[in-house]
Design a protein around this ligand. Structure first.
Ligand code: GTP
Ligand code: MG
Length: 138
């Protein structure tokens, strides 16, 4: 079993889609073992996405991530990292497979409703960025 960090992004909380997105995770066999709603500052969003600091969309991305509440969560299950990315669908919703979260809900490549860790090392770092060990209830 594995854990991954998931974020429901501001475009999705704004449209009240938290429950529908969580249902997709649970239907795929992922368990939400920690969850909280928070509103990042632009500096905090910048720290979280610092691997993208040199990308041309960094300013747009971090402004967007600080534009409203997000829901941070830890998903647990067999192959959770890959399974979560499968349920999310491609980064650009235009390329996302039918039935995925991004195909159904995302508005654009920037405002694409969800984030999921991409590897075990980043999952570990990203979970620790948002949650203390005692907050993870398996
Ligand atoms: P995350 O799970 O959010 O990391 O998405 P990803 O792994 O599918 O994509 P990637 O790590 O390559 O990019 C991180 C995030 O940057 C994406 O989810 C988008 O929100 C944003 N992003 C990527 N490409 C673009 C772009 O061309 N324009 C804008 N505005 N944002 C982008
Ligand atoms: Mg990524």
């Amino acid at each position: 079993t594995q854990r991954t960090l998931s974020l429901i992004k501001p475009d999705a909380t704004r449209r009240n889609l938290t429950g529908k997105i969580n249902a997709k995770f649970e239907d795929a066999g992922l368990r939400i073992v920690a969850q909280k709603r928070l509103h990042l500052t632009k500096a905090q969003a910048g720290e979280f996405y610092k691997v993208h600091a040199e990308r041309p969309f960094y300013d747009e991305l971090t402004t967007f991530m600080a534009s409203g509440p997000i829901v941070a969560q830890v998903l647990e299950g067999e192959d959770a990292i890959a399974k979560n990315r499968e349920v999310m669908g491609a980064t650009n919703p235009a390329d996302a497979e039918a039935g995925t979260i991004r195909a159904e809900f995302a508005e654009s490549v920037g405002e694409n409703s969800v984030h999921g860790s991409d590897a075990p090392e980043t999952a570990k770092e990203e979970i620790a960025y948002f949650f203390a060990g005692l907050e993870l209830v398996g």
